[in-house]
Design a protein around this ligand. Structure first.
Ligand code: BTN
Length: 236
């Protein structure tokens, strides 16, 4: 990967989209601060100096339906890099990296991922995976439900963190079949009672597994249901 670094940028995903439009591949946009960080579902993402805000432009030979595996791959890579930094990082379905609080499924968010893609129905043109990691940041400057590497384990060498994250992502994208098993090992959601808000409505039950494409299998009162996208909340 080649890395384009910015002290400050609007959104690394926006800059990555520009580069993708120019034909870039395996290019990483990395910033110390974002002034217009974007979250999923059109939300804002707080991205002060000291974080690891990055976006990776790739041109994989995959169908759009496989793109979620790229998101799972970068969440596994992020969780591994955070664990090496001394944080008890786990993954909340589908791809938030969180730190458990207590034993009943409660957590604080360490990282979120914004994935964007363009392409035909049978093959993608590009996929951008954009993880944002609250690294060397005071947790009290972040939303209340968030935590940081500084808060959990002290400051991290961000250069090394990014290097480890990209190495691990590279391993996983070359072994897409191994992504879901690796994800399962880090999952905090499995075994939890969950409520998932999805396009077809809300669904409540126990999260029992993920499928080979990363969809969540939920045991409800009316039987098993599989959910491929949505907002997941752990219940107590
Ligand atoms: C979410 O949990 O809602 C996803 C948050 C994604 C934030 C990252 S920071 C790097 C990249 N650039 C952005 O503007 N957003 C993503």
């Amino acid at each position: 990967f080649s890395v384009e670094y910015h002290d400050s940028v609007g959104s690394t995903n926006d800059r990555a989209r520009e580069l993708a439009g120019e034909g870039a591949t395996d290019e990483v946009v990395l910033a110390d601060e974002q002034t217009g960080g974007r979250g999923r579902l059109e939300r804002e993402w707080t991205a002060p100096p000291g974080g690891v805000w990055l976006s990776v432009v790739t041109r994989p030979d995959i169908a759009p339906a496989q793109a979620p595996l790229y998101t799972l791959a970068i969440s596994v890579a992020t969780a591994r890099a955070a664990r090496e930094a001394g944080v008890d990082a786990r993954i909340k379905w589908p791809n938030d990296v969180v730190v458990p609080v207590g034993d009943d499924g409660d957590y604080r968010k360490l990282s979120g991922i914004l994935t964007e893609m363009e392409g035909e129905t049978d093959r993608v043109e590009w996929v951008i995976v954009g993880p944002g990691i609250n690294a060397n940041i005071d947790a009290d400057t972040l939303p209340e439900s968030a935590t940081s590497i500084r808060e959990e384990a002290g400051d991290v060498d961000r250069r090394r963190f990014v290097q480890r994250l990209l190495e691990s992502f590279d391993d996983h994208r070359n072994d897409l079949e191994g992504v879901v098993p690796a994800w399962r090992e880090l999952a905090l959601t499995l075994g939890q009672r969950v409520r998932v808000d999805r396009p077809g409505g809300e669904i409540v039950g126990e999260a029992v597994d993920v499928t080979e494409s990363g969809a969540l299998v939920i045991e409800t009162e009316d039987g098993r249901e599989t959910v491929s996208a949505g907002d997941c909340e752990h219940l107590r």
